[in-house]
Design a protein around this ligand. Sequence first.
Ligand SMILES: C=C(C[SeH])C(=O)N1CCC[C@H]1C(=O)O
Ligand SMILES: [Zn+2]
Length: 571
Amino acid sequence: EDQDAEVEGRAYMAKLNKEMAQLFNRQTKAAWAYESNITEHNKMSKLNVSLETAKIVKERWLSTIQFPWQSFKDEDLKRQFKKMSILGTAALPDDKYEKHHDCDISEKLAKSRNPDELKHFWVEWRNATGRKCRQLYTEYVTLMNEAAKLNNFTDAAEYWIHDFETKDFEKQVQKLWNEIEPLYMQLHAYVRGRLNEKYGDEMVPKQGAIPAHLLGNMWSQTWGNIYDFTVPFQGKQQIDVTNSMKQQNYTPLKMFKLSDEFFTSLNLSAMPELFWKNSIIERPQGRELVCHASAWDFYDGEDFRIKQCAVVTMEELYTVHHEMGHIQYYLQYKDQPNVYKEGANSGFHEAVGDTIALSVSTPKHMRKIGLLDPQSEDDPQADINFLFLTALEKIAFLPFGYLMDVWRWGVFKGTIEPKNYNCQWWNLRWRYQGIEPPVHRSEEDFDPGAKYHIVGDTPYIRYFVSFIIQFQFHRALCEKAGQFDPQNPTSKPLHQCDIYQSTEAGNALGAMLKMGSSKPWPDAMEALTGQRKMDASALMQYFAPLYEWLKEENKRTGETIGWRTHPQQKR
Ligand SMILES: C=C(C[SeH])C(=O)N1CCC[C@H]1C(=O)O
Ligand SMILES: [Zn+2]
């Protein structure tokens, strides 16, 4: 009768996928209504719909786990049952589920060159956000661990890591970081040297950690905003194309159309009419909304949206491509059963747009689309400048992308206790990023809570994974586009590759994206790159010329590599 159970299971799963699609469509609509117009009414209806959805999902889960799916013959049907037998936070009783979805905070970004003003923004932001959330966060951690245990996980760390379907995942990401750390140390030493020149020994000690508020980003997670005074060779072609975009009257819509055209040039899907009708690409007047950029799948195969308060800058042009990458993934796997409508793993979903942006950001491509003077040529110094700007976005990010969930895994496992939340946060920030707070911090503060993803319950290691695998994707696509030769990697440098208009590359990317999560991610990785593991070699190959330059330059100027002194407790 196992045979009958499998036949019945197949019909059951087909029906369940259709029902889940409708449930998720309704839930996503309610979430969109709230996040695009924050009112008490929209908040309550989002919550009610979430509770109703959780109740139905839990009922279906109870019948799903009744099936003897582990003994089914059909591997694909088994995979669908396996995925559907993880209930997640819907396992929580209603009153607890409700509390788990609170403490959402919109975020703004601050940039200036006045250290006192920066310090003010840095401190005030944390007083207005994280500090208020510490107690709630502690309760959230308890609930998350409770939900994890209801799903037969030891704690929420195991539940989150389970998503990557990779045994020894934590070891793999630690190994990747160890391979990249020497490059990060060189970049850190060079940037600290420039900050020391600008702000002096008192504020930026030559051998110490870098004060967090001077790096051009509220969380010191990317350093692109201080490119102007840290660039290796001044006076070269201006690769920050923000001014060109403004001079050419770029609008947010034009930025999205530019990105759409890149995808169609690869023979990938154009954005459907509904996307242009339903998306929010500029901050609307007269209402509160969550401005953190996001891409939405409404699980009906037609309705896909981006919500972004886009402004005309180069940084935002990259975010546009990042979000459009999510939508492209949704479009490519829209015919999969509902249960497979996700990335091969969550890092894949974050990597698609960034991979495209690696081509878009090249001076070669910027000249093609008229944002860079066509006469300007790629002399070796301009080339280093370009690699340096990309490193400020990609290499500077890696320790932050790594430590965010190292801290949270510790919190969920209980190795980081509430009484040490902030102290352990700064220990990790010092150890991995070589930064320190500009003012004294105590356990009255809750600095992790100043980051959207921490209070928004969004895992973060996906971005670390994305920043590694996007270079593997880029290398494979460049090879297919005839713009990189693995036998002779320096003949066509990887960082100068632009896959624009290559249908070979686009077809290969599309084939991987169409899979959704229907196969374990190593199969998807292999389909595009021929590799079955995450591998830092593509990233190291991309940045090799910069790495060599940094080592020579830091030796020439006698920079100390690393940060000797422990965080001085600021008065
Ligand atoms: C753009 C998004 C939405 Se999925 C984002 O949260 N990112 C993209 C890169 C890192 C991370 C962040 O902003 O912290
Ligand atoms: Zn994303």
